[in-house]
Design a protein around this ligand. Structure first.
Ligand SMILES: NC(=O)C1=CN([C@@H]2O[C@H](COP(=O)(O)OP(=O)(O)OC[C@H]3O[C@@H](n4cnc5c(N)ncnc54)[C@H](OP(=O)(O)O)[C@@H]3O)[C@@H](O)[C@H]2O)C=CC1
Ligand SMILES: Cc1cn([C@H]2C[C@H](O)[C@@H](COP(=O)(O)OP(=O)(O)O[C@H]3O[C@@H](C)C(=O)[C@@H](O)[C@H]3O)O2)c(=O)[nH]c1=O
Length: 288
């Protein structure tokens, strides 16, 4: 039996892990929320590792308010960088496998082909910059760290674009949605499953070198507008959706125009096929 510590467990991804936990009888999950383990407190992090046998840590805690991060830079870096430093140090000291979640927003979005793990990040937002510092902290303090970058996360849990769209479509007769930001939605439950597959692989083949960065999203390519159209069609909403450009929807944070991932590395490493984004969206909407 392996003990898996999940931090930020009341967030969207944390809840996705909770929803599939019983499918992994070889894993004993230690779900902690901010009250139980505040990851910005180095002493609390160290004490937790002293008091519990932790075989792996999946850090689901983060500052994810992309626009607010532009005016709350200090808070964003405290959570997405400093706290990651503490987690990386503690996991390394206690020989626990460390998986740190990161984001497509580490890229500036100027590409026209999917981003590989070797492409140079260049974040255009404070959120992206804080997550990139977190990646460096994780790898700097724990050379065995696994960085799992994902994009456009949604699910039946927490706050996300898909849930927001469904609610707004029920309230309004029309909605303006940007169509010139291209990426791929990722169902958080799919991501949780693949993360646990990665851990299973690590435990089964301890000599396997898994450290490093991996890209994971669902398959396919779309825009926020097309994402919303798919939600409209699948929910039978009559709300009119109007495609607009990014400059018609000004926001404090700049988002990448293109952030599609190349996922060959994770597919080859784990021997997996990834669900197409609309197939996973159907699964999610059936639960909402
Ligand atoms: N959401 C998305 O679209 C994407 C997310 N990611 C990454 O995936 C990961 C998971 O994201 P997601 O689940 O959506 O994020 P959420 O914002 O839903 O969850 C983050 C969780 O972190 C908790 N938290 C905040 N501060 C602390 C603290 N000091 N100590 C412990 N926990 C704390 C929050 O608790 P509280 O509610 O109490 O504040 C919340 O439960 C993050 O690393 C994120 O950067 C990557 C790409 C896309
Ligand atoms: C609500 C809404 C948003 N938009 C636009 C704004 C923005 O460009 C785009 C996405 O909106 P949101 O602000 O909901 O999504 P955003 O918070 O930018 O989502 C990001 O979150 C972080 C945590 C990540 O790591 C990213 O991968 C990504 O998922 O849609 C519209 O055009 N119309 C709308 O009615």
């Amino acid at each position: 039996m392996k003990n898996i510590l999940i931090t930020g467990a009341s967030g969207q991804l944390g809840q996705a892990f909770k929803s599939i936990a019983t499918q992994y009888p070889d894993f004993a999950f230690l779900f902690t929320d901010r009250e139980e383990l505040d990851i910005t407190q180095a002493d609390a992090v160290n004490a937790y590792f002293e008091q519990h046998q932790v075989d792996a840590l999946i850090n689901c805690a983060a500052y994810t308010a992309v626009d607010k991060a532009e005016s709350e830079e200090e808070l964003a870096f405290k959570l997405n960088f400093e706290a990651v430093l503490y987690l990386a140090q503690a996991s390394f000291a206690h020989k626990a496998t460390f998986i740190q979640l990161s984001t497509d927003y580490v890229f500036d979005g100027k590409h026209y082909r999917p981003y590989t793990e070797n492409d140079e990040p260049n974040p255009s937002s404070m959120y992206g910059a804080s997550k990139l510092r977190g990646e460096a902290a994780a790898q700097g303090e724990n050379p065995d760290a696994i960085i799992l970058r994902t994009s456009w996360l949604y699910s039946e849990f927490g706050q996300n674009f898909a849930k927001r769209m469904k609610e707004l479509m029920a309230e309004r007769t029309e909605l303006n949605i940007v169509f010139d930001q291209t990426g791929t939605p990722t169902y958080a439950v799919d991501l949780a499953g693949v993360t646990l597959k990665m851990l299973g692989h690590k435990f089964e083949y301890p000599e396997a070198q898994l450290a490093g960065v991996y890209h994971y999203s669902n398959e396919g390519v779309t825009s926020w507008y097309d994402f919303a159209v798919a939600i409209k069609q699948l929910t039978g909403s009559s709300c009119e959706l109007l495609p607009i450009t990014t400059d018609q929807y000004p926001t404090p944070a700049e988002r990448p125009a293109y952030s599609v991932f190349n996922k060959n590395k994770i597919k080859e490493t784990l021997g997996i096929a990834i669900p197409y984004w609309t197939d996973s969206l159907k699964v999610c909407l059936s639960k909402l």
